[in-house]
Design a protein around this ligand. Structure first.
Ligand SMILES: Nc1nc2c(ncn2[C@@H]2O[C@H](COP(=O)(O)OP(=O)(O)O)[C@@H](O)[C@H]2O)c(=O)[nH]1
Ligand SMILES: [Mg+2]
Length: 244
């Protein structure tokens, strides 16, 4: 295994029971940055006692936590992983290697459930519908918008992501498309999480996620249409010029 300079951002909201397992499986040389949004179960202390860097972010929201983790990062590569033990951080290694080899700019994990309980039916169907819209909008051949992601820090900072709620992962892909970056996915295991879901496992979380993501996709489609119209007008003007 090549030893890389990698910071792993782990958004964390009450994941005290999951953290020991997640952090124990971090590949050698990878630094954990656990971003806590006011957990009440001692998550921050546990993460600290296990050697993680802990960032406390007062503003709630998944994207807010991710952005705070990125702000605290210094490594050449940044990875994102849920702190709920549903994914194995060792699966980050091949993703980091793909980016390091220059094969892709944003490497995503395509979740493969290891058991029936790993992925609820509604979350799976919503994810499939989202992946369809994402493929249509960007042309990337994606089938999942998974939580395991790797980018070069410089590329990620260049995207200037603004979403601070559930749209953060989607905005990362849309902004990568605008920036002309290469995005691809590789299979990773997806196991049942430890503890209760905060996003797709709750009605409030699911509704917020759908609202955030729909808004981003609509804005992206409008922008693409405007860009298409502007490019069309320019080429019409050019053709006109040639005719004259
Ligand atoms: N810091 C922070 N972490 C969050 C927030 N919401 C979710 N998380 C964490 O983000 C990760 C993804 O959330 P999760 O509940 O697993 O969503 P699911 O994968 O859709 O079930 C987990 O590690 C959560 O603890 C939040 O508002 N703030
Ligand atoms: Mg999760």
């Amino acid at each position: 295994m090549i030893c890389m300079n990698v910071d792993v951002v782990l958004p964390c909201l009450n994941e005290a029971r999951a953290l020991p397992s997640v952090l124990s499986r971090l590949p050698e040389g990878y630094r954990a940055i656990v971003v806590d949004n006011g957990s009440t179960d001692g998550s921050a202390d546990i993460a600290r006692s296990l050697g993680a860097t802990v960032v406390s972010e007062p503003i709630r929201g998944f994207g807010s936590a991710c952005a705070a983790g990125v702000a605290a990062s210094t490594a050449e590569f940044i990875a994102f992983c849920d702190a709920d033990d549903s994914m194995d951080p060792r699966d980050l290694v091949p993703l980091v290697e793909r980016v390091a080899r220059g094969e892709v700019d944003l490497a995503l994990g395509r979740r493969r459930p290891v058991s029936a309980g790993a992925w609820s039916l509604h979350a799976r169907l919503a994810n499939r519908a989202l992946a369809f819209l994402l493929r249509r909008a960007t042309g990337y051949r994606l089938t999942d918008l998974g939580p395991l992601r790797v980018m070069r820090r410089a590329d990620l900072l260049g995207l200037e992501l603004e979403d601070r709620r559930s749209g953060y992962p989607l905005e990362m892909v849309l902004a990568s498309r605008r920036a002309g970056l290469r995005v691809d996915e590789s299979d990773i295991d997806y196991a049942p999480r430890v503890g209760a879901s905060k996003v797709t496992g709750t009605i409030r979380g699911t509704v917020t996620a759908i609202a955030d993501m729909s808004r981003l996709l609509r804005a992206y489609d409008v922008e693409s249409d405007l860009l298409g119209a502007a490019t069309g007008a320019t080429s019409a003007r050019l053709t006109e010029g040639v005719r004259r």
